[in-house]
Design a protein around this ligand. Sequence first.
Ligand code: AMP
Length: 289
Amino acid sequence: MIIVDRISEMQALMRQYHREGKTIGFVPTMGYLHEGHAALIDRARQENDIVVLSVFVNPLQFGPNEDFARYPRDFERDRHIAEQHGVDVLFHPEAGEMYPGPLTVQVVVKARMDVLCGRSRPGHFDGVATVLTKLFHIVMPDRAYFGLKDAQQVAVVDGLIRDFNFPIELVPVPTVREADGLAKSSRNVYLSPQEREEAPALYQALRAAAAAVDGGERSADAIRRLVKEHIEAHTHAEIDYVEVCSYPDLAPLETLHGTVLVAVAVRFASARLIDNIILELPKAHRQED
Ligand code: AMP
């Protein structure tokens, strides 16, 4: 595995791979790798000649009161996991390499950002879209792998790739969970033992929503209520949002139809957690339903 921390070195290496006719799969992360990241790497490994992993905690996507400074970091561990999963190139730039001075141009996300985490974290997706624009130009991948745990991020990246004509195939990867259903996250290490015990209630609430929809429930309000009540009954967390919207457009829904995202974010004392499920329903709502 080659470890690169310079942008110019990375671009030279990537151009060489392209000249050799090799396909490049790219997995962008903020490190502190877990099985969720590994699932992205494994998928990229199956589908490409070269797998590039980036580990970069991007200051631009954190708000002033968020956890940038204390975000967990362990490069030696990440490097070991990357190697075990067959990563070819690990890109690990310093913040000063990515942002040598104030930006003169920034990417601003115009749609799919005024709901869910975009509403709770102003500027977050501008930071994500800006760093990904840079990373896409640095890595020049054929495919880029993103986890559906961050479904809104997948929707925003889909827009970025289309609108800016990146010749990149977006590959969404299903959420990897702990045995008790909790979505794997680098931030789970913040949880106290009691919060860790309560946290699976998020996914349980989403499963209950899926079961209600299976049973014929089509009211977005009823689904929101059900998820909220389950979380309130089983955790001490403060609910940030429970939303039901179309996917990937993230438009609000009153009646469920088509591809539907049910998403939740909660604040425990020590960590903000998110989770979601995507449900496939018949496209048009029929009168007789
Ligand atoms: P992060 O390091 O949190 O920025 O995540 C890097 C990538 O890994 C993103 O595309 C995430 O959506 C994805 N990811 C994080 N957690 C999971 C998970 N539990 N299952 C699948 N993908 C995940």
